[in-house]
Design a protein around this ligand. Structure first.
Ligand code: KG4
Ligand code: ZN
Length: 337
């Protein structure tokens, strides 16, 4: 089954072709980052307009790059939520109309299920159940993925997501938006031991809290602004504290669930320090670590096409171009694969 995947939940217009027999055929990502950067954050109206502009030409380009025609498609999967309502609607309306014109089935996909399943794109031997650390700009959570569509929430952030804390701290340090990757690059030149940052909520449970780290970065910056390498040292100390907290919670979750498989997904899994620390932890605990390559860590349509293919094959169909800007993973229907 050849499925077109469409992702427009936020500031990336992304499309992909996934074949249930051969795997990922092709995928494209158009990032709007430069358009939002001057505003210091995502402007929803600009995001929607950009999706309108780029989506159709990108789909046609994707098909032509793969030497395929629209009539070769057997199904379409699009991100139905969570995300920005206007941005989601562009993808939903396009997908539903395109599917109608081709007389093929269409299904809406939960963006986070896409992230959770993204390691399957490169590791088809991965199997349920597995522990998932989901770290993105909007979410920080630990799930036990029991089977397709059945994801038990073990703990999540009570305030800022870790990616959001990276972005806000980057802003304090005068870096551009989104600042996660830039902060990480700056941290490489800093001394993480110059400032001590707290490790929030370590002993409580599997919940997270990152807003205190961002505030700590602000007060430290104000107090030491004139010091040489102050920005790089804060970046390094912040990153160390954020990563250390995530890794320690993952360790607790591995023990609590007895899981021998660990999946890490979402934009922050692109962080090289986090990747190295999780590799070391997995080796120490005898767990198998599944880390998507960088292109599948951040928002992409390959993960949506993959999750959608599974759902289409299970007979799931959308019930019209509805979108869910707020949508809990717990509300998904588990499917038998
Ligand atoms: O999953 P994602 O692409 O978008 C959603 O939030 O759904 O994640 C984006 C987040 C941003 O907060 C960005 O700053 C962060 O991932 N990020 C990073 C790195 N690369 C992206 N954070 C830390 N280190 C990185 N290398
Ligand atoms: Zn995402």
């Amino acid at each position: 089954m050849l499925v077109l995947g469409i992702e427009t939940s936020c500031d990336e217009t992304a499309t992909a072709l996934y074949d249930s027999e051969v795997g990922l055929v092709a995928h494209h990502i158009h990032s709007q980052v430069a358009k939002h950067a001057q505003f210091g954050g995502i402007v929803p109206e600009i995001a929607s307009r950009d999706h309108v502009l780029y989506l159709l030409p990108q789909v046609m380009q994707l098909l032509s790059d793969a030497s395929l025609e629209p009539c070769d498609l057997h199904g379409i999967a699009y991100t139905q939520g969570p995300g920005l309502v206007g941005a989601l609607l562009v993808g939903a309306l396009f997908a539903e109309s395109f599917a109608l014109s081709l007389n093929i089935p269409v299904v809406g996909v939960h963006h986070l299920e896409g992230h959770l399943l993204s390691p399957f794109l490169e590791s088809p031997t991965l199997d349920f159940p597995f522990l998932v650390l989901l770290v993105s700009g909007g979410h920080t959570a630990l799930f036990l993925a029991k089977r397709l569509g059945a994801y038990e929430l073990l703990g999540e952030t009570r305030d800022d997501a870790v990616g959001e804390a990276f972005d806000k701290t980057a802003k304090i340090l005068g870096l551009g938006y989104p600042g996660g990757a830039q902060l990480s690059a700056l941290a490489q030149t800093g001394d993480a031991s110059r400032f001590h940052f707290p490790r929030p909520m370590l002993h409580a449970n599997l919940e997270f809290s990152f807003s205190g780290l961002k505030t700590h970065a602000l007060t430290t910056f104000r107090a030491h602004e004139s010091e040489p390498d102050c920005r790089a040292n804060i970046a390094a100390a912040f990153q160390e504290a954020a990563v250390d907290t995530l890794v320690r919670k993952v360790d607790m979750a591995l023990k609590q669930t007895g899981s021998s498989r660990l999946v890490v997904a979402g934009g922050v899994s692109a962080n090289t320090v986090l990747r190295a620390r999780l590799n070391a932890l997995a080796a120490e605990r005898g767990a198998q670590l599944y880390l998507p390559s960088l292109e599948f860590c951040t928002d992409n349509a390959a993960m949506i096409a993959y999750a959608g293919t599974k759902r289409l094959l299970a007979g799931e169909r959308s019930s019209g171009a509805q979108v869910f800007p707020r949508w809990s993973l717990q509300d998904l229907t588990p499917i038998e694969s």
